[in-house]
Design a protein. Sequence first.
Length: 113
Amino acid sequence: MPDAPITAPNPLNETALVVAITNLKSIAEQPAMLSNLAYSNVIANTNLSQQNAVANQQAMNELGISIVGKTVNKVSDLGPLEARSAVDILTNNEYAQTIADLKATLQAFNSKS
């Protein structure tokens, strides 16, 4: 049986073989690439969701601080009318003074008799 003759390599056949191997390699790697892409999308979406949640929480905290500050300011700062009312109640009780004067007058008349 005669051996097959050794032929010189054909550049066209070699190019076709290289293209076929490259196509096979890229097709074989495609599921892994798609899986990595899907995983990176999930990670990016999770990261954005967490950043959004933190931003919303920070905004609510700042709003709460502002509300508490304004409420405390409103309660603790007395206007002129409130300040004068407090002074009148504590120091200028005209009715009590009138009653005390009447009692003193009655005692003065009772002591003379």
